[in-house]
Each structure stands twice: as structure tokens, then as C-alpha cells.
Design a protein around this ligand. Structure first.
Ligand code: ADP
Ligand code: MG
Length: 843
């Protein structure tokens, strides 16, 4: 339903708006305040492992082992507090990320359109809405043009509604089509959305796929731990041991194997990556998108604004009467125009027509330079008109706004109908014009964005009626140069084994030229048009599954099919989108990428990643950080699992010897390792910086715990550390003539084993910094140095500060013990170096 753009009320004055804002407060929903910290803390004591440990503590108490019972309870509490601290930090980080998400509104203030923060809207503000906008306050419709609003998030109704003048639009809904001017009637807590939001505030967030996968890993490991514990108990009973003692072993084994600190460490590591990404202008909307980003194998990118600067300037205009070149600085209204007088007159006419179709845009002189207000392309048309001295009036008109399927827009006013759009969407509506197609092809081939402007006299009853029997006024060619570092980012993707496709609504010639200029068009690249894509998804996937593809003249539906087809080929697809209709494609892609600066709110809501600077390079930076984070998670997994081997080995020796080989570690020592000395180094490994080889070779997709992690932890590092510790233990006992009845000897031997494992873990922390690079060539990670120093302090506390040595059952080693324990360091480092060397040799 079209409507006239009659003059408006002029909106509020900025002084009045400021007064109302002071009086009624900002247009914000009452704070969403996630889970209450106390609830979050309590939750840490009620999950699977916590319950397991509570049961163990209760059993210990019943079995008459109060020290163990208290210790286990202490473990649950300490571990819970630690997990809480990490989750709370992660939660806060996610909240901060949400706050960074731009929500803006175009209002009329002092008679001029102005973009303001949605929080600054006040009652009485005149808001200009267009396709893709999120409605930011409850408002009454004032004027409307073909408006369609998606109210599904308020009403659950998925069919868009078409509000007419005086109808109400609600905060939280989306404009899917058309344009409207609305007057704000309620803001912030007074909107209907606020009422609904307070109802749903406490709704549980669904678990992410990564979280689910990790939970599975942890649960499986936990169940194995319990099973092994039970088996040990069986062995103990068979050996005729005291049930209490058998129980002690069983608990020790279980606790040794359970990866208590793992989940929160992963969450924190993801949150840290998300924050780092936000620094680099990439905003993830779900934490686990960090991991998916790292696994990305195919990036489908937009052209305009992502690969190019989105700084448009009309440089050439073709008309049937001749051509004109235009030069000028940025968006300044002055410039140099070259061309014959006839051509110039025709260009003035075409430019005036183009301006009629883009009434909202203008260039504004601010801080000594001319900046665009509105869509840069439309602003460029205004600038062109000013430079060639064309009429720039925009009288009252009926508008049929641009939509990416039609690829044109039109305007009917007293002077007839003006149409502007992609040449292939406009030329067929025009009387044949000799030379026009050739001009379009020639200008497009230079990488210029080409628009056709056409006209017919008379009035129009509807859009179809408006866009017929046209006369071509001219073809405007706009320059939009590639961004400076796009070529580097594209090269980086190539090196990283990530395939690229440019998916654009633009002309194939323009798209090809930009693809060549940026290096995107690969050696076996391909330029196809959306209309020529195979109808069969399988064939589509086969056609596009190559590097450096350009798909031009696409519709949003094509994008969706392309994402699905590539996923069908096993790709992890990142797809950019900015329009109203890109939502489905963004949701279907593994990583939907929306533009923060220029895109629509609809696209941003559907996306997993928002580029605050619209920049292609930012996607690549985010992928790199995603990969680095994945690698970090594997680093501390290896670290944890290695420790588990060392902790389990004493119990295995004991069980295999039928109980005759003394236990090198007590259960409490195992706990001291797991939640004491191991914690900080694991965290520090999660903060490892991306190494220079992060973007060489294909993504490490698949599971976090794969063969390489298992081999390193269970086959190499774990056994080395375990055997070195057992050797130290054994040698200390031998030096004391194996007098097992001597409690001092037993305590020193056990303290030596404990020290050996702590020192082994110290070396292990450095070994785990890379799965391939030898320790000595790794550059510093200051956090890790700090963590390791802290680890040593804790070791000293456990060994020397009463009553801890007595409780743990391990006292300070003798000088011989120290020497033996210290050998774990070179043993772990040596074994690590040998494995890395062998690995390099094999690959
Ligand atoms: P891109 O992939 O480069 O962002 P779009 O889908 O935005 O391309 O635009 C496709 C084509 O539609 C453009 O090449 C241009 O010819 C035309 N077009 C874009 N915006 C408008 C507009 N506001 N009015 C008329 N035509 C437009
Ligand atoms: Mg676009």
C-alpha cells in the first residue's frame, strides 16, 4: 500500500527531546539481569560430579573417615567456588558483548532526519522506519508505504501484519518491508515488550552444541572414573583388604580421573576469546560460535561494504546523448565534470531522476569533511546531482521502495514516474536504447557499480503500473574501491585452506572485476549468476565447492540454498548478509555474519557474528581467534589428562601387585593436585596467544579429544611423568631399605612422589603450549610463568605448612628425594621433544 510522503510535523526539537529524556528516563528495558549470582553459586554444588563427591563424602563419614569426608566436602566447595567465579566472569563478559550491539533509530529532530541511539527515543519522537529495522518503542503509525511488520516475537503469529495509518506498532517487532513514519507513544518499561520480557526473563537458556558435547565428554569420563573406582574396590575386597581401606582406594581412583575443573575452564576460555574478538570489532552472539568460527571451511561474503569500502562516488554517467566523467573529493558537492554540452544536459536530467528516487539521503559537512547521511549509494547520487548542477528537489511522491528481489525502486510524483535500479532489472522495462547494454558491460567490467535511471510521464496506480513503458535516462557508474587489506585477508584464507565465494546482488561484470582486483577469483574460479544456478541442491553444491567463486545477481533465497548446498558437502559455512530477507540464510549457515555498521537489525538478530566495522578482514581475524581458542582448549585438555595418568598410576601399581606395592599417593594428595597446583597453569594455557601457524593448513575440526590429544596425554606425556614419579618414590623407599613399617619413610617417599608430579606438571605445562613446536623455541606466555610460580608456592605450602603434610600423608622430600623428583622435569621435556621431533619427521 503506497502512500504519499507529505510534509511531516517536523518532529521534536532536540531541546524538547532532551527534556523528555531527562524526565522519563532512557528507552531501555528493565535490566535483564541473568541468573542471580547466588543461584549460579548454588548450582555449582548440585551438578553430576558435585553429587558424586557429596555421596563419597557421606560414605567416607559413615565408614569412619572424617578427615577424608571433610576433605572431599572441601573439594566440592572449593571447586564450586572456582567454577562459579569463572562462569560468573563468562556471564558478565557475554552481557557486556550484548551491550555493544548497536541499536539505532532514525528520528526527525529539528526538522532533520537524525540517527540516534535507540535508548534516546522519547514519547512524541517521529521515527522513520524501513525494511529491516527493529521497532524500538511502541508507536502510532503516521504515514506508511507498503509496510509489513513481523510481530512473531510478541504474538507468536508468523504471518506479517500490514499496519495502516493510526495503527500501533510495538517495540521488539521488525519491519520486513516498506517504510513508515511513526510517532512514539511509549518507551522503555512502558512498552508491551517490557511486560513480556519480565515474564520470560528467567527462562532457561538452551545449552549450546559445544556445551552439550563437552558435557558428554565429561560425563563419559566421569562414568569411567566411577567404574574404575568400583573395579578397584572389587580388587581390594578380593585381596581381603579392610572395606574402609578399599573404599579409600576406590574414591581416590575416581577422584583422580574426574576432570573437575574442565567445564568452567572451557567456558572461561570461550568468553575470553569472545572479548578479544570484540576488541577486534567482531561480536559473537553465542559463546560457542567462537569454536564454530574456528572450524569454518567456507566463507560466503558480500561485496559492497565488506570487500569494498562502501564509499561510493559516481564517476561516469552514460546517456543516449553522450558520456560524462565526474571527479571529486569524497562526498563534497563540488567536482570536475568533463563531457560535451548535450551529454551534460542529459546527465543533469538523469541525476535529477536518481535523486527523486533517494529522498532520504544527503551529504553533511561535519568536522571539516563531508560525510554521508543514509545509504552511501544514494548519497553518491545526491553528490553527483550537486556536481553536475542538476535539480535536487524531492517533491511529495508515492514511493515503491527498493527490494533485493526486484532490484529497483520507483517514485511517482507530479513530474511522472522515476525508476532506478540494477540495469538488468530496469532496461527490460525501457524502450530499446542503442548502446545501453554495451555501456553497462563496459562500465561493469571496470569494477564500477552500475545503475540505470529511467522515466515515464503520467501518474501510477500501483507498482506494476509505475514500472512500465519507461524511457532510459542514463546509466550511472559508481566507484567503490576494495578495502586496502582485503587482498591480504583473502590470501590468509587461502593459506588456511578456507574456500571463498563472493555472493552479491550486483552485476556479474562488476562482481568479477572486484573479485579480480582483490584476488578472490581463484585459479579454478567461476562467475555465475543466481538465475543460472542448478535447481538441484546436490549439483549446486558440486558446482560451488571450489575456491574463488563469484555468484552475482543473487536473491536472498539463493543465499539460503547456497548455504545448505555447501553444508551438504560437509562444509562449515560462514555467510554474510545485511538485508531484511537474509535472516533465513544467516540462520541456516553455521556462522551467520551480519553487518553492525550498515546492516539491518533483522540480519543482526539472526546472526551469530556481527561485524562492527563491516569488514571482511574482521571475519578472518575472528576465524583465527576461533582456531586459537580450539587449540587452547586442546592444550589444557592434554595437560589435565596427563596429570590423570600420573595420579592413577600409583593405584594401578598397587592393584596389579595385589596390594603389596605401597601406594605412592593418598587420595588427598590427588585432590591437592587436581584442584590445587593444576588449576592456574590450565587457565594460563587457555590464554595462549594464537601462534603464527594458526592460519596455515586446514581447520582442525572434529572432536576436542582426538587421537593426537589421546596419544600425547596417555601414550607419551602421562606415562613419562607417571613413571618418573614412581621411580622417585621407589628409589626413596629403596634408600630407606624398603622399611614399610617406618611412617617417616612412607611419608617422605609419598611426599617425593607428590613433588615429582607437581614438578612434572610444571614441565608439562610448557610442553602443552604446543603439540608440535619444541618447548625451547616457544616465546613467552607471562600468565603461565606466573601460574607456575604459584604452583611452586602451593607445593611448598602442601609440603611444609602444618597440618597439611600430616593430612595429605606426604612430607618434604630428603635431598635425594628432591633430586629424584626434579628429574621429572627433564624426563617430561625430553619425551615431549622426542615426540615432537618424530611427529615432524613423519609429516
Ligand atoms: P551487493 O551484493 O553489492 O550489496 P545489492 O543486493 O545491495 O548488492 O544490490 C544489487 C543491485 O541492486 C545493485 O547492483 C544495484 O544496481 C541495485 N540497487 C542497490 N540498492 C539500490 C537502491 N537503493 N535503489 C535502486 N537500486 C539499487
Ligand atoms: Mg547490499
Amino acid at each position: 500500500m503506497p502512500a504519499t510522503t507529505k510534509s511531516t510535523t517536523g518532529g521534536l526539537t532536540s531541546a524538547e527531546a532532551a527534556r523528555r529524556l531527562r524526565e522519563n528516563g532512557p528507552n531501555l528495558l528493565p535490566a535483564a539481569g541473568g541468573t542471580h549470582p547466588v543461584v549460579l553459586l548454588l548450582k555449582q554444588f548440585g551438578h553430576f560430579f558435585a553429587i558424586l563427591l557429596w555421596v563419597a563424602a557421606a560414605l567416607a563419614s559413615v565408614a569412619g573417615m572424617p578427615a577424608l569426608s571433610v576433605a572431599i566436602a572441601l573439594v566440592v566447595v572449593l571447586n564450586g567456588v572456582f567454577a562459579f567465579a569463572q562462569e560468573y566472569r563468562a556471564d558478565r563478559a557475554a552481557q557486556r558483548l550484548r551491550d555493544l550491539m548497536p541499536t539505532r533509530a532514525t528520528v526527525r529532530r529539528d526538522g532533520e532526519p537524525r540517527v540516534v541511539d535507540a535508548a534516546d527515543l522519547v514519547v512524541g519522537d517521529e521515527v522513520l522506519l524501513q525494511g529491516g529495522d527493529r521497532v524500538c518503542a511502541d508507536a502510532r503509525v503516521f504515514q506508511v508505504a507498503a509496510l509489513a511488520v513481523d510481530e512473531s516475537m510478541l504474538s507468536g503469529e508468523s504471518v506479517p501484519v500490514h499496519p495502516a495509518a493510526d495503527d500501533v506498532v510495538r517495540a521488539g517487532t521488525y519491519v520486513t518491508e516498506g517504510e513508515a513514519t511513526v510517532v512514539v507513544t511509549a518507551t522503555g518499561a512502558h512498552t508491551r515488550l517490557a511486560g513480556i520480557a519480565s515474564l520470560t526473563r528467567d527462562a532457561v537458556r538452551p545449552k549450546s552444541p559445544l556445551a552439550l558435547r563437552l558435557h558428554r565428554v565429561v560425563t563419559v569420563v566421569g562414568l569411567i572414573a566411577v567404574a574404575v573406582g568400583v573395579a578397584f574396590y572389587g580388587v581390594a575386597m578380593l585381596l581381603g583388604l579392610d572395606p574402609a581401606e578399599g573404599f579409600l582406594f576406590a574414591v581416590g581412583v575416581t577422584v583422580a580421573l574426574v576432570p573437575e575443573g574442565l567445564l568452567p575452564t572451557v567456558t572461561l576460555s570461550l568468553a575470553r576469546a569472545a572479548q578479544e574478538m570484540a576488541h577486534r570489532k567482531a561480536l559473537v552472539r553465542r559463546l560457542d560460535a567462537v569454536e564454530t568460527l574456528g572450524a569454518t571451511t567456507f566463507v560466503c561474503t558480500d561485496k559492497t561494504g565488506t570487500l569494498t569500502r562502501n564509499e561510493m562516488a559516481a564517476v561516469r554517467v552514460w546517456t543516449p546523448a553522450g558520456e560524462v566523467s565526474v571527479e571529486g573529493e569524497g562526498y563534497a558537492p563540488t567536482g570536475r565534470v568533463t563531457g560535451g554540452p548535450d551529454a551534460l544536459a542529459a546527465v543533469r536530467r538523469a541525476a535529477a531522476g536518481a535523486v527523486r528516487c533517494s529522498p532520504g539521503a544527503r551529504a553533511e559537512h561535519r568536522d571539516g569533511r563531508w560525510s554521508p547521511v543514509g545509504d552511501p549509494m544514494e548519497v553518491a547520487l545526491h553528490v553527483l546531482a550537486a556536481r553536475v548542477g542538476a535539480d535536487t528537489s524531492t517533491p511529495e511522491a508515492t514511493r515503491f521502495p527498493f527490494d533485493p528481489r526486484r532490484r529497483r525502486s520507483s517514485v511517482a510524483d507530479g513530474d511522472g514516474v522515476h525508476v532506478i535500479g540494477a540495469p538488468d532489472a530496469v532496461l527490460p522495462l525501457c524502450a530499446p536504447t542503442p548502446g545501453a547494454r554495451e555501456a553497462v558491460a563496459e562500465l561493469g567490467a571496470r569494477g564500477l557499480r552500475v545503475l540505470a535511471v529511467a522515466w515515464r510521464p503520467g501518474a501510477a496506480v500501483d507498482q506494476a503500473d509505475a514500472e512500465r513503458d519507461l524511457v532510459l535516462l542514463g546509466v550511472v557508474a559508481l566507484q567503490d574501491p576494495p578495502r586496502d587489506d582485503v587482498a591480504d585477508s583473502i590470501a590468509l584464507c587461502r593459506e588456511a585452506g578456507i574456500k571463498l565465494a563472493m555472493i552479491t546482488g550486483d552485476h556479474p561484470a562488476t562482481a568479477r572485476a572486484i573479485a579480480v582486483q582483490t584476488g578472490l577469483l581463484g585459479p579454478d574460479g567461476l562467475v555465475v549468476e543466481g538465475g543460472d544456478l542448478p535447481a538441484d541442491d546436490h549439483a549446486l553444491g558440486e558446482l560451488l565447492d571450489r575456491d574463488g567463486v563469484v555468484v552475482a545477481r543473487v536473491t536472498p533465497e539463493d543465499k539460503l540454498r547456497i548455504a545448505r548446498a555447501l553444508q551438504g558437502r560437509g562444509h562449515v559455512v560462514a555467510m554474510t548478509g545485511d538485508g531484511v530477507n537474509d535472516g533465513p540464510a544467516l540462520r541456516a549457515a553455521d556462522i551467520g555474519v551480519a553487518m553492525g555498521a550498515s546492516g539491518t537489525d533483522v540480519a543482526r538478530e539472526a546472526a551469530d557474528l556481527v561485524l562492527l566495522d563491516d569488514h571482511f578482514g574482521t571475519i578472518v581475524a575472528a576465524v583465527e581467534l576461533g582456531r586459537a581458542t580450539f587449540a587452547n582448549i586442546r592444550r589444557f585438555l592434554t595437560y589435565h589428562l596427563t596429570d590423570n595418568v600420573a595420579e592413577l598410576t600409583p593405584f594401578v601399581f598397587w592393584a596389579l601387585s595385589g596390594g603389596s606395592y605401597p601406594l605412592a599417593l593418598s587420595v588427598l594428595q590427588v585432590l591437592a593436585l587436581d584442584i590445587g597446583t593444576d588449576l592456574l597453569p590450565a587457565l594460563a594455557l587457555g590464554a595462549e596467544k594464537p601462534n603464527p601457524r594458526t592460519m596455515t593448513g586446514p581447520a582442525r575440526t572434529g572432536s576436542l579429544i582426538d587421537r593426537s590429544v589421546l596419544v600425547r596425554a596417555f601414550g607419551v606425556l602421562g606415562p613419562a611423568e607417571a613413571l618418573a614419579a614412581m621411580a622417585a618414590f621407589t628409589l626413596v623407599l629403596l634408600a630407606g631399605d624398603w622399611d614399610l613399617g617406618d611412617p617417616v619413610l612412607a611419608a617422605t617417599a609419598s611426599g617425593t612422589a607428590f613433588t615429582a608430579i607437581v614438578l612434572g606438571q610444571l614441565a608439562n605445562a610448557f610442553a602443552c603450549r604446543s603439540a608440535t613446536t619444541p618447548v625451547k623455541t616457544l616465546r613467552g606466555n607471562r600468565l603461565l610463568v606466573g601460574a607456575v610460580l604459584f604452583e611452586l608456592v602451593l607445593l611448598a605450602v602442601f609440603l611444609f605448612v602444618p597440618p597439611l603434610p600430616g593430612l595429605l600423608g606426604g612430607s618434604a622430600p630428603t635431598p635425594l628425594g628432591w633430586a629424584l623428583a626434579a628429574t621429572t622435569i627433564p624426563v617430561v621435556l625430553l619425551v615431549d621433544a622426542v615426540q615432537k621431533w618424530v611427529r615432524r619427521r613423519l609429516t
